[in-house]
Ligand binder design. Structure first.
Ligand SMILES: C[S@@+](CC[C@H](N)C(=O)[O-])C[C@H]1O[C@@H](n2cnc3c(N)ncnc32)[C@H](O)[C@@H]1O
Length: 184
Protein backbone atom coordinates (compact mmCIF):
# COMPACT_ATOMS: atom_id res chain seq x y z
CA UNK A 1 0.00 0.00 0.00
CA UNK A 2 1.25 3.53 -0.71
CA UNK A 3 0.80 6.80 1.13
CA UNK A 4 -2.47 8.15 -0.25
CA UNK A 5 -3.12 11.85 -0.73
CA UNK A 6 -5.88 13.16 1.54
CA UNK A 7 -9.12 13.57 -0.40
CA UNK A 8 -10.71 16.93 0.42
CA UNK A 9 -13.41 16.37 3.06
CA UNK A 10 -15.62 18.40 5.40
CA UNK A 11 -12.60 19.82 7.24
CA UNK A 12 -11.02 20.91 3.94
CA UNK A 13 -14.27 22.58 2.81
CA UNK A 14 -14.61 24.40 6.13
CA UNK A 15 -11.04 25.72 5.79
CA UNK A 16 -11.74 26.79 2.17
CA UNK A 17 -14.82 28.72 3.24
CA UNK A 18 -12.91 30.51 6.00
CA UNK A 19 -10.04 31.41 3.67
CA UNK A 20 -12.52 32.89 1.19
CA UNK A 21 -14.02 35.01 3.99
CA UNK A 22 -10.82 36.04 5.77
CA UNK A 23 -8.15 36.50 3.10
CA UNK A 24 -9.67 39.21 0.82
CA UNK A 25 -9.52 42.06 3.42
CA UNK A 26 -5.99 41.00 4.42
CA UNK A 27 -4.92 40.97 0.77
CA UNK A 28 -6.43 44.39 0.24
CA UNK A 29 -4.18 45.76 2.98
CA UNK A 30 -1.14 43.82 1.75
CA UNK A 31 -1.19 42.54 -1.85
CA UNK A 32 2.20 40.92 -1.22
CA UNK A 33 0.97 38.49 1.47
CA UNK A 34 3.28 35.52 2.02
CA UNK A 35 1.23 32.37 2.57
CA UNK A 36 2.39 29.01 3.96
CA UNK A 37 0.36 25.83 4.25
CA UNK A 38 1.67 22.98 6.39
CA UNK A 39 0.20 19.64 5.24
CA UNK A 40 -0.99 20.73 1.78
CA UNK A 41 -2.48 17.32 0.83
CA UNK A 42 -4.27 17.68 -2.52
CA UNK A 43 -3.31 21.37 -2.81
CA UNK A 44 -6.93 22.51 -2.48
CA UNK A 45 -5.98 25.53 -0.34
CA UNK A 46 -3.01 26.48 -2.49
CA UNK A 47 -5.43 26.75 -5.38
CA UNK A 48 -7.87 28.78 -3.27
CA UNK A 49 -5.09 31.11 -2.13
CA UNK A 50 -4.10 31.73 -5.74
CA UNK A 51 -7.70 32.20 -6.89
CA UNK A 52 -8.15 34.81 -4.15
CA UNK A 53 -5.20 36.78 -5.52
CA UNK A 54 -2.14 35.66 -3.56
CA UNK A 55 0.76 35.67 -6.00
CA UNK A 56 1.94 32.18 -6.88
CA UNK A 57 5.52 33.08 -5.93
CA UNK A 58 4.24 33.98 -2.44
CA UNK A 59 2.52 30.62 -1.90
CA UNK A 60 4.63 28.06 -0.03
CA UNK A 61 3.71 24.64 1.31
CA UNK A 62 4.91 21.38 2.74
CA UNK A 63 3.73 17.89 3.52
CA UNK A 64 5.20 14.90 5.32
CA UNK A 65 3.67 12.71 2.58
CA UNK A 66 5.94 12.61 -0.49
CA UNK A 67 2.97 11.78 -2.76
CA UNK A 68 1.31 15.07 -1.75
CA UNK A 69 4.53 16.98 -2.32
CA UNK A 70 4.89 15.57 -5.87
CA UNK A 71 1.23 16.23 -6.60
CA UNK A 72 1.39 19.88 -5.47
CA UNK A 73 4.65 20.36 -7.40
CA UNK A 74 2.91 19.00 -10.51
CA UNK A 75 0.19 21.61 -9.98
CA UNK A 76 3.01 24.17 -10.13
CA UNK A 77 3.17 25.08 -6.44
CA UNK A 78 6.23 25.36 -4.24
CA UNK A 79 5.82 22.37 -1.89
CA UNK A 80 8.57 20.65 0.06
CA UNK A 81 8.86 17.44 2.01
CA UNK A 82 9.02 18.41 5.68
CA UNK A 83 7.86 17.29 9.10
CA UNK A 84 6.07 20.47 10.18
CA UNK A 85 8.69 23.29 10.03
CA UNK A 86 11.76 21.05 9.82
CA UNK A 87 12.81 22.35 6.38
CA UNK A 88 10.88 25.65 6.28
CA UNK A 89 12.77 28.93 6.00
CA UNK A 90 11.49 32.48 6.23
CA UNK A 91 8.60 34.46 7.69
CA UNK A 92 4.97 34.41 6.60
CA UNK A 93 1.91 36.65 6.93
CA UNK A 94 -0.44 33.67 6.92
CA UNK A 95 0.20 30.10 8.02
CA UNK A 96 -2.59 27.54 7.69
CA UNK A 97 -2.88 23.95 8.89
CA UNK A 98 -5.68 21.40 8.66
CA UNK A 99 -3.83 18.90 10.81
CA UNK A 100 -4.27 15.28 11.74
CA UNK A 101 -6.40 15.78 14.86
CA UNK A 102 -7.93 12.43 15.79
CA UNK A 103 -6.97 10.31 18.80
CA UNK A 104 -5.31 7.00 17.95
CA UNK A 105 -7.61 4.22 16.72
CA UNK A 106 -5.96 0.83 16.32
CA UNK A 107 -8.42 -0.12 13.53
CA UNK A 108 -7.08 2.57 11.22
CA UNK A 109 -4.29 1.74 8.74
CA UNK A 110 -0.81 3.19 9.17
CA UNK A 111 -1.14 5.25 5.97
CA UNK A 112 -4.58 6.63 6.67
CA UNK A 113 -3.30 7.66 10.14
CA UNK A 114 -0.79 10.02 8.54
CA UNK A 115 -3.72 12.18 7.39
CA UNK A 116 -5.97 11.91 10.39
CA UNK A 117 -4.33 10.76 13.60
CA UNK A 118 -2.13 12.77 15.92
CA UNK A 119 -1.46 10.46 18.88
CA UNK A 120 -3.19 9.24 22.05
CA UNK A 121 -4.98 12.54 22.77
CA UNK A 122 -5.41 13.79 19.21
CA UNK A 123 -3.79 17.17 19.88
CA UNK A 124 -0.11 16.13 19.79
CA UNK A 125 0.69 17.38 16.26
CA UNK A 126 -1.18 20.65 16.87
CA UNK A 127 0.85 21.24 20.05
CA UNK A 128 4.12 20.63 18.18
CA UNK A 129 2.91 22.90 15.36
CA UNK A 130 1.98 25.75 17.72
CA UNK A 131 5.29 25.59 19.58
CA UNK A 132 7.19 26.06 16.29
CA UNK A 133 4.82 28.25 14.23
CA UNK A 134 5.49 31.49 16.12
CA UNK A 135 9.11 31.44 14.87
CA UNK A 136 7.86 31.67 11.27
CA UNK A 137 5.19 34.38 11.60
CA UNK A 138 5.82 37.93 10.48
CA UNK A 139 4.87 40.79 12.77
CA UNK A 140 1.03 40.68 13.09
CA UNK A 141 0.96 37.47 11.06
CA UNK A 142 -1.98 35.10 11.48
CA UNK A 143 -2.47 31.36 11.73
CA UNK A 144 -5.64 29.60 10.58
CA UNK A 145 -5.87 26.21 12.28
CA UNK A 146 -8.55 23.50 12.45
CA UNK A 147 -9.36 21.65 15.66
CA UNK A 148 -11.91 18.94 16.43
CA UNK A 149 -14.07 18.29 19.49
CA UNK A 150 -12.77 14.71 19.37
CA UNK A 151 -9.25 15.71 20.41
CA UNK A 152 -8.11 17.05 23.77
CA UNK A 153 -8.75 20.78 24.13
CA UNK A 154 -5.89 23.21 23.59
CA UNK A 155 -5.06 26.20 25.75
CA UNK A 156 -3.83 28.68 23.13
CA UNK A 157 -2.89 31.33 25.73
CA UNK A 158 -0.45 29.05 27.51
CA UNK A 159 1.20 28.46 24.14
CA UNK A 160 1.49 32.23 23.55
CA UNK A 161 -1.42 32.94 21.19
CA UNK A 162 -4.59 35.03 21.23
CA UNK A 163 -7.38 33.08 19.60
CA UNK A 164 -10.58 33.94 17.74
CA UNK A 165 -13.02 31.29 16.54
CA UNK A 166 -13.76 32.21 12.92
CA UNK A 167 -15.99 29.34 11.85
CA UNK A 168 -17.30 26.00 13.04
CA UNK A 169 -19.18 23.11 11.55
CA UNK A 170 -21.22 20.51 13.42
CA UNK A 171 -20.88 17.09 11.87
CA UNK A 172 -22.68 13.92 12.85
CA UNK A 173 -20.07 12.86 15.40
CA UNK A 174 -17.82 15.91 15.98
CA UNK A 175 -17.55 19.68 15.83
CA UNK A 176 -14.79 21.22 13.74
CA UNK A 177 -13.62 24.78 14.27
CA UNK A 178 -11.19 27.10 12.54
CA UNK A 179 -9.19 29.37 14.83
CA UNK A 180 -7.45 32.59 13.88
CA UNK A 181 -4.36 32.87 16.08
CA UNK A 182 -1.94 35.74 16.64
CA UNK A 183 1.12 35.89 18.86
CA UNK A 184 0.29 37.56 22.21
C1 LIG B 1 -6.29 16.37 7.17
S1 LIG B 1 -5.07 16.35 5.90
C2 LIG B 1 -5.33 17.96 5.16
C3 LIG B 1 -4.93 18.05 3.72
C4 LIG B 1 -5.32 19.38 3.03
N1 LIG B 1 -4.64 20.48 3.61
C5 LIG B 1 -6.80 19.58 3.13
O1 LIG B 1 -7.26 20.46 3.90
O2 LIG B 1 -7.53 18.86 2.43
C6 LIG B 1 -3.55 16.54 6.83
C7 LIG B 1 -2.33 16.69 5.95
O3 LIG B 1 -1.19 16.94 6.83
C8 LIG B 1 -0.10 16.13 6.42
N2 LIG B 1 0.75 15.91 7.60
C9 LIG B 1 0.56 15.06 8.63
N3 LIG B 1 1.53 15.17 9.55
C10 LIG B 1 2.37 16.13 9.09
C11 LIG B 1 3.59 16.68 9.57
N4 LIG B 1 4.13 16.27 10.73
N5 LIG B 1 4.22 17.63 8.83
C12 LIG B 1 3.67 18.04 7.64
N6 LIG B 1 2.52 17.55 7.12
C13 LIG B 1 1.87 16.61 7.84
C14 LIG B 1 -0.77 14.86 5.88
O4 LIG B 1 0.10 14.14 5.04
C15 LIG B 1 -1.98 15.45 5.15
O5 LIG B 1 -1.68 15.83 3.83
Amino acid sequence: MHESIYTPSEDSYLMSRILKEQLPPLLEKNPDLKFLEIGAGSGIHLQTAENLGIKRENIFSSDINKASVSHCNLLGFNCIHSDLFEHIDGYFDIIIFNPPYLPDDSRESKFSKLNTTAGKKGNEIILRFLKEAKNYLKDRGKIFLITSSLSKEINFHILGYNEKEVGCEKLFFERLCVWELEII
